[in-house]
Design a protein around this ligand. Structure first.
Ligand code: GTP
Ligand code: MG
Length: 194
């Protein structure tokens, strides 16, 4: 299965350092600090330690590019909370708006906290740029099935109200138990039309 082997390509701290636009379909993972972006990439490619993770928020400070052969490119991002809005804006917003091979942005949300202002802000930006995104609820293992379903329903109800370019299927994952990873891989394959 082509989600492995994965390899690290490059880190970028500003827009000029981003790897050249290739034809390889790309998906990027965004979300608040500590939401589980880096852990999710490790889970997806089945390689703990490919991406460094930490219990301390603000761990990932650069955009990190990974690739799976010549099939797919995955991008890990600093959490919104870490860099100042301007810095986050400078590099990441230019990237999001200019990246031709970017097929979908995955917005990671903690179901026990729900959608935050920072999430809806990025959704508005993606809506206004016509960029496809999909919401993934992380750390499912931390909630009971009932609490998870309630939280998911609330988030879906909020999305229905105004998220234009949102792919209408909210996924749930746990990088710890690996639940939901196959469904997310399948969604990525479809988004990349691989
Ligand atoms: P920044 O790089 O700081 O933006 O954080 P991040 O979004 O990359 O989060 P990261 O993957 O580093 O994970 C943050 C913390 O959450 C770590 O302590 C992880 O072990 C933990 N974590 C990540 N995914 C899961 C999960 O599915 N379940 C549980 N229980 N913990 C998780
Ligand atoms: Mg990280």
């Amino acid at each position: 299965f082509f989600f492995s082997p994965a390899e690290f390509v490059k880190s970028a701290t500003d827009f000029s350092m981003i790897p050249e636009n290739t034809m390889i379909p790309e998906v990027a993972f965004v979300g608040r600090s500590n939401i589980g972006k880096s852990s999710l990439i490790n889970g997806l490619v089945n390689r703990n330690g490919l991406v460094k993770t930490s219990s301390k928020p603000g761990h990932t400070r650069m955009m990190n590019f990974f690739k799976l052969g010549d099939k797919l490119s995955l991008v890990d991002m600093p959490g919104y909370g870490w860099r100042s809005r301007d810095e986050w804006g400078g590099m990441i917003i230019s990237y999001l708006q200019n990246r031709k091979n970017l097929r979908r942005i995955y917005i990671l949300v903690d179901p026990s906290h729900g959608l935050k202002e920072s999430d809806t802000q990025i959704m508005k930006l993606l809506d206004s740029s016509g960029l496809s995104y999909q919401v993934v609820l992380t750390k499912m293992d931390r909630l009971s099935k009932t609490k998870y379903s309630t939280a998911k329903a609330e988030i879906e109800a909020e999305l229905v109200k105004g998220a234009i370019c949102c792919f209408p299927l909210v996924l749930g994952v746990s990088s710890k138990t690996k639940d939901g990873l196959d469904e997310l891989r399948a969604a990525i394959v479809k988004a990349g039309q691989l």
